[in-house]
Ligand binder design. Structure first.
Ligand SMILES: [Zn+2]
Length: 240
């Protein structure tokens, strides 16, 4: 196969691959898989936030309990001193005042503890729900992937055959031709090559001036269209 024919075939193969991949990507399972991927991403963000909050609240609860234990210990100490009986009236009064103050602080901590514990419970529940949803998404992803593999096996087999042919074509062409082709594919969204059999390029359909047409027929078989700047393959007479 000549370079010109290989280039034309490469373009055909790529256009077929584009169509096949579009068909594959439009299959309902693929649409569901994209939705699942989005949901997983959103869930991961939410879970990270919940876990962060849960850890903060756990620390808050821990601090509260440590503080509470300290006050319980202090209260026991003060009570022990009250019962020592060696204290004078003023000292007893002072100790009673300390006990009152400790009792108030303890009451306040216990009140706060109830609030922290209920916040922690809410966060733990939210975390469990998020993890359950994560499991469900994974199951759904697995079943959609399996269904996609089953329903698309024919199309995927065609993709594999075309990809093999493509690799062979790329191998057979000079590097600079492939590089120009790749750049042209990017620039023109896939439709990178046109052929010239009469004096009308197959894609842009702008009739070539006789002088340009004659020049092209004498020059290299792979050139550039003077109008749209796609790669232009000049076919030999009798070759399409
Ligand atoms: Zn053109």
């Amino acid at each position: 196969m000549s370079e010109a024919s290989s280039l034309v075939r490469l373009q055909e193969v790529d256009l077929q691959l584009i169509r096949l991949r579009k068909t594959l990507s439009a299959m309902p399972q693929q649409e569901k898989l994209r939705a699942i991927a989005l949901a997983k991403k959103k869930l991961a963000g939410q879970l990270k936030q919940i876990v962060g909050q849960r850890k903060d609240v756990e620390m808050e609860l821990d601090d509260n309990e440590t503080e509470h234990q300290k006050i319980v210990d202090q209260t026991a100490e003060v009570r022990a001193r009250v019962t020592e009986r060696v204290q004078g009236y003023r000292q007893i009064q002072d100790l009673e005042a300390q006990l009152t103050s400790l009792a108030k602080r303890q009451e306040k901590l216990e009140f706060t503890h109830v609030d922290i514990a209920s916040r922690l419970e809410r966060l733990q529940k939210a975390e469990r729900n998020a993890r359950d949803l994560g499991e469900k998404l994974l199951e759904e992803e697995k079943s959609q992937t399996e269904s996609f593999e089953q329903n698309s096996s024919d199309l995927q087999a065609r993709v594999r055959v075309l990809e093999q042919e493509r690799a062979a074509l790329v191998n057979s062409l000079p590097e600079e031709v492939v590089a120009t082709y790749d750049a042209s594919v990017r620039r023109f969204g896939g439709l990178a090559v046109e052929t010239l059999s009469s004096n009308v390029p197959s894609v842009c359909r702008v009739k070539l001036q006789p002088a340009i047409f004659q020049k092209l027929q004498k020059g290299a078989r792979i050139t550039e269209c003077p109008y749209c700047h796609r790669m232009l393959v000049v076919m030999e007479v009798g070759q399409q």
